[in-house]
Design a protein around this ligand. Structure first.
Ligand code: AVI
Length: 322
């Protein structure tokens, strides 16, 4: 098995986006993609084990029950590109089912080198796959995978874990249309989407009693301290979770507990935060069936299969590019 990682480190992106998000005159923001440094990735693995956070276990159940059936619905031969390297556990179920048909090239695409390394470590024992990790933004990585495909080879794109939910409103449709633009007719997208559920269940899932999600959120400030030399006093911030009824999304924020001034030399920035002011760090949209169908149709896909978890409303969607 060949394992190799292609890396382009864009460290300055972090400084630029921190500067942009924290200089806003109204709602300050930090992009959720920066949660996943080594500590953040380890905390996210813990989140997936929490009793309150059923999302990952729901998707694991779906893939362990239905991987063979999902694979039966795929064109062949296929190469597999995964947006976000995910937990090796879920991907393994699919790759092993695929390997019963033919050897597979697997391309995890991920901006976090530590997440990419974990994925390779977890999956390298599967005999019939070759792994080429791409340390890239999703669509840049997918373009590269598409350029490497062989004549007649289809692509299966995995976008698991409801990561699509981080795109707000029109941004998700825009992203899916761009993704579709890279694919050929007959290529397939396997899209994990967390479904609407009672608000109390959602709030507990993102504000767990052990404080793991709070640590995951606060680590973003600690990361800015470590990498950009900032002086955030992390104890002067609180994890805050709300459900936005209008957008049907969980929002995570970091609420300032005092009036404070923070210096971020690596982003050439001094930020003033008022007591009670928040930095918006993540959105996690929750889907209805109608919405998923409309999204597929409007972005150039035909829904070809849907698998649902009975215990935690979650949908694994197979969409074919048309
Ligand atoms: C990765 N993403 C889909 C997770 C979610 O549920 O939206 C991230 C997460 N944030 C807090 N808990 C989990």
């Amino acid at each position: 098995m060949l394992t190799r990682a292609l890396t382009t480190t864009r460290r300055s992106d972090f400084a630029l986006l921190v500067r942009e998000g924290l200089s806003r005159p109204s709602q300050k923001e930090l992009p959720s993609k920066f949660f996943y440094d080594e500590i953040g990735s380890a905390l996210f693995d813990q989140i997936c084990l929490l009793p309150e956070y059923g999302l990952t276990r729901a998707e694991e159940r779906l893939l362990s029950r239905h991987a063979a059936e999902i694979v039966q619905n795929l064109p062949q031969p296929v190469a597999v590109a995964e947006l976000g390297s995910g937990t090796g556990k879920k991907t393994r179920l699919l790759l092993e089912a695929l390997c019963r048909r033919h050897a597979v090239s697997y391309y995890p695409i991920e901006i976090s080198p530590s997440a990419l390394a974990t994925c390779e470590r977890e999956l390298k024992d599967i005999r019939c796959i070759s792994i080429v990790g791409l340390e890239r933004e999703y669509l840049d990585g997918l373009l590269e995978v598409a350029a490497r495909r062989r004549e007649g080879q289809h692509l299966l794109v995995l976008f698991l874990g409801s990561t699509i939910g981080k795109f707000e409103g029109e941004a998700s449709a825009h992203f899916l249309r761009q993704l579709r633009g890279i694919l050929w007719e007959g290529d397939v997208l396997l899209l994990g989407a967390d479904l609407e559920k009672p608000v109390d269940i959602l709030l507990a899932a993102y504000d767990d009693s052990l404080g793991v999600t709070a640590a995951f959120n606060l680590n973003l400030l600690a990361r800015i301290n470590r990498e950009l030399g900032a002086n955030f006093d992390v104890r002067q911030f609180a994890h805050q979770v709300i459900f936005n009824q209008q957008t049907r999304s969980i929002e995570m924020h970091l609420r300032s507990l005092s009036d404070q001034t923070v210096t971020i030399p690596g982003a050439d920035l001094v930020v003033k935060l008022a007591r009670g002011e928040t930095i918006w760090t993540e959105s996690c949209h929750k889907y209805s069936f109608d919405e998923l169908r409309t999204m597929a149709n409007e972005s150039g896909f035909r829904p070809a299969g849907i698998w649902l978890d009975p215990a935690w409303p979650f949908a694994e969607n197979l969409w074919v590019a048309v």
